[in-house]
Design a protein around this ligand. Structure first.
Ligand SMILES: [Zn+2]
Length: 162
């Protein structure tokens, strides 16, 4: 602080550092102790009223900038929020998966343990799944699979043709 004030004084009076005796009334360079103290008081006021508030404002802006950069950095919370709120977010994928499950339940598998649509949870048979030969069931399952794949792709990279 003292250095800053001295620097301001030096800018105003290049002979600020040059001492002049109180009884020296010549036109030679230099300042008396009283002149020097007077100048220091003025420069201290200018610093306090005009420079210090600007410096504080600069520090505030630098803190804001650091916060902003942290929030917006890849993986930062704004990035997470932005991704989560996009149509192709994890939420959309969960919805697509629920839709796929309900479509699959609607189409319905068979009782075979190796059913290509949905393996039964209760009693199973071993005769072999014939669901793939049912053109109607197979078409609807493939369509459901495509929709699920679209949602999965979108959840990774955002909406895209697929
Ligand atoms: Zn089946």
């Amino acid at each position: 602080m003292a250095d800053r004030i001295d620097s301001l004084c030096m800018t105003w009076r290049h002979d600020y550092g040059l001492h002049k005796a109180d009884d020296d009334d010549s036109i030679s360079s230099g300042m008396t102790t009283a002149e020097r103290e007077s100048l220091r008081r003025k420069m201290t006021q200018i610093h306090a009223h005009h420079i210090a508030p600007l410096e504080e404002r600069i520090r505030e802006l630098e803190r804001d900038k650091a916060d902003w950069l942290k929030a917006n950095a890849p993986g930062g919370w704004i990035d997470d929020l932005r991704r989560a709120s996009q149509p192709g977010s994890g939420g959309a994928l969960a919805k697509a998966l629920a839709m796929y499950d309900s479509m699959r339940d609607g189409i319905g598998g068979c009782t075979d343990g190796g059913c290509v649509i949905k393996r039964p949870t209760g009693m199973r048979t071993n005769g072999g799944c014939k669901c793939a030969t049912d053109k109607y069931k197979a078409q609807r399952m493939m369509y459901a699979g495509q929709k699920l794949a679209d949602a999965a792709r979108a959840s990774l990279d955002g909406p895209r043709e697929g």
